[in-house]
Each structure stands twice: as C-alpha cells, then as structure tokens.
Design a protein around this ligand. Structure first.
Ligand code: PEP
Ligand code: MN
Length: 350
C-alpha cells in the first residue's frame, strides 16, 4: 500500500499518518521527494486503506482491494511459476494447443502430432464441453479423457482439459495434468473450492462478464483452499461489439500483471471466434506481456464438431509458431522449448 501525503499538509498530519500505520502494525518506509512525503507500507490489514484515506493531509492511497490477498502482489511480489508436468508457465512463453473438443482417437492423435511437431508445449482438448445449446455435441466425457491421456503418453505433451462439474473432478484429476475452469464456471464457487483442495494446476478462464477484480477473486477461492497453482486465462468478454464472438480484453493482461503474481495466458480463439483473427491477436497477446497462449487447432478444421470457425489448421498454426518465435526473440523473451518430441512423432503417420 502507498500513502501519498498532500503537498500542503502539516508536519502534524504527516506524523499522525505515520502513527496510524505504526499502530496497525505494518512495516513502513518513508520517502520525501520534492517536498512531498510518501509512505510505502507492507501488506496491509483489511480496512487500513480506507482508514488512511480518511485522515487529514492524505492525498491518495494506492492499495489493492482489501479482499485481494493471496493473489495480490502485496502478498507475493515474485512472479508465480506454475509447473505443469515439467512445462513451467510464468517462465518462458508457453503455447497450449489442440482441438476445442476431443472427437475421436484419430482426430486427437493427428492433431496432437501436429501440435507437437510445430513446437506446441501442451495439448488442450475438451472431454466435457459446456455448449450453449443442449443439442450441440457435448463431448465424449470419460472416453475423451482417456484419449487425451493416451496422446500424453505418445507425444509427451502435458494435457489441459475442462471440468464442468464437481462430480467429474476425480476423473479429470486421474487423467489430466491441468484442470481448466471455463468462462461459464468462473464464478462457480463450489467448483473453485473443490479444485482448490487439490494441488493440480488450474487454468482459470475469465468469466465473460467478470471484471478483473471478480476474476482475481475467483482465483482467490482456489488459493484460499491451499492450491497455489493457478494460471489465469483472458478469453474475451461480452460487449456490444458483434464483429467478433467476444471482445478480447488485452488491457487486462498488463492490469493483471501489475495487480497479481499469477501467470496469465490468452485464448484468442474463443475470443475472436474466427480463425483469421487468431494470429494477430496471439501476437498482440505476446507483445502485451501474456505468459502464453491457449489455441484451438484441428487437423481438419472445417469438420470440427465444436467451434469449427476458430480452429487453426496445420499451416496456419505452423506460421503462427514461427512468427511468435520471431516476435518473442525481438522482445528478448524466450519461447519455451517443447519437452522433447518423441522420435516416434518425427516419422510421417502411417
Ligand atoms: C474452451 O477452451 O474449450 C472453452 C469452452 O473456453 P471458454 O470457457 O473460454 O468458452
Ligand atoms: Mn470451444
């Protein structure tokens, strides 16, 4: 918390503010620059920022919301790195890619091979799908999880997949390396608490109508249960604009990077809903400070059973991976290397 005194305040008011900080038991450093006094205080107890604001002679108090605790940089200044079976999110730039939905063994196998060979570091794919219409393909469920686990074995890529319901969490924890909470469940507090009771890394999407604060508070639920392994994911918010499926809020990335130590990925596929917009948005996400990307890719994008219009095909994904390498090199931020593509993948499929 930072307490900035008014330029015209009196010495008594400065001492009064200093005493109030001391009485609250927070460690405080005092700085005087151009005749203005500023207090930089350590982790502040709930309510202190409000009390400081009300004191005479105080010009501004900069403090995270009182209810952001474990997610806040006040709690932990150092960036969190979440280790997903050897892929360190928050360290080098990570690309997780795969089909929106797991559809069949051959679809997943061919797509996973394509991801691994192009340099993707993690495999995504939904076994349980949250579809807007109950008549749309709902995913293969447990069978989809088993297909993902099989491709993890074959490619070496750690798997991230969504859990919709606490009833399916044990199955997902059995077979996946990272549990995704989708935008529609971003404020399902029972589910957030339940994933918080495991230690498995959690990919927490932003609710499509959540403010940054509400999103961080959702993460707070997971951390408060004891699971520190949370990666945030910006995936677009609902706005008046209909040219894209959602409005990708790229400003949320540097905002979150200032407020929180948690890593943040960007999903340009679900935001744009259009494959032709994915590459420019992905590059923008890298430039604005995201820790990586979550991308829909499909070996035969036009036939995808879910979100066909937004999946990148082999060529588009390969081109994007090359552009990302160039951009990140220019920014002096490394693109994470794949964990090592098993040699069985370097041969053409039979
Ligand atoms: C997904 O990533 O498969 C998905 C359903 O995303 P979102 O929750 O962001 O819509
Ligand atoms: Mn989708």
């Amino acid at each position: 918390m930072i307490v900035v005194m008014d330029l015209a305040c009196s010495t008594e008011e400065i001492e009064h503010a200093s005493a109030a900080l001391k009485a609250a038991g927070v460690s405080t450093r005092r700085a005087v620059s151009d005749a203005r006094t500023t207090f930089v205080a350590g982790s502040a107890p709930a309510g202190l920022a409000e009390r400081m604001r009300s004191l005479p002679g105080v010009a501004t108090v900069v403090a995270p919301a009182d209810n952001l605790r474990l997610t806040s940089r006040d709690f932990q200044a150092k960036d969190t790195v979440v280790d997903v079976a050897g892929v360190r999110i928050g360290d080098a730039f990570v690309v997780a890619a795969g089909p929106c939905a797991v559809e069949s063994e051959s679809q997943l196998e061919d797509t996973a091979r394509m991801v691994a060979l192009a340099g993707g570091m993690m495999l995504r794919g939904g076994a349980y799908k949250p579809r807007t219409s109950p008549y749309s393909f709902q995913g293969l469920g447990r069978e989809g999880l088993e297909l993902l686990a099989e491709q993890r074995r074959k490619t070496g890529l750690p798997v991230v997949t969504e859990v919709l319901d606490t009833a399916d969490l044990d199955s997902v924890l059995d077979l996946a390396d990272m549990v995704q909470i989708g935008t529609r469940n971003a404020q399902n507090y029972a589910l957030l608490r339940e994933v918080g009771r495991s230690e498995r890394p959690v990919l927490l999407k932003r609710g499509m109508a959540s403010t940054v604060e509400e999103w961080l508070l959702a993460a707070e639920y997971v951390l408060a249960e004891g699971n520190p392994n949370v990666v945030l994911c910006e995936r677009g918010i609902r706005s008046f604009e209909s040219a894209t499926r959602f409005t990708l809020d790229l400003s949320a990335v540097p905002v979150v990077n200032r407020l929180s130590h948690l890593p943040v990925l960007v999903d340009p596929s679900h935001a744009a809903g259009r494959a032709d917009l994915v590459a420019p948005l992905a590059l923008a996400a890298a430039a604005v400070g995201a820790d990586g990307l979550l991308l829909d890719v499909h070996v035969d994008a036009s036939t995808a059973l879910c979100d066909a219009g937004q999946a990148l095909d082999h060529a588009a994904f390969g081109t994007l991976m090359k552009s990302l390498g160039g951009l990140l090199g220019g920014l002096r931020r490394p693109l994470a290397g794949a964990l090592g593509v098993p040699s069985v993948l370097t041969a053409e499929p039979a």
